[in-house]
Design a protein around this ligand. Structure first.
Ligand SMILES: [Zn+2]
Length: 70
């Protein structure tokens, strides 16, 4: 796998990921990712992106429910 920006080689790594929504801020300490050894660009697998997306959707829905429960 090559970096789409500089064509450098990508290495497996775990990186922190921040999710900032209107009312919610989530930090995942270690998300599996690829990091370019040349330009430090971070890329996520389709699967990781998918999981994160589902997580954001769930957090959004739950937060909405919590806010509207009072
Ligand atoms: Zn790169």
């Amino acid at each position: 796998m090559r970096c789409m920006y500089c064509n450098g080689s990508l290495e497996r790594a775990r990186v922190p990921y921040h999710i900032d929504r209107a009312n919610v801020h989530v930090i995942i300490d270690e998300v599996p990712a690829w990091v370019c050894s040349q330009c430090d660009e971070v890329m996520f697998d389709e699967r990781a992106v998918d999981e994160i997306q589902q997580l954001i959707t769930a957090v959004d829905q739950r937060t909405e429910r919590l806010i509207n429960s009072a």
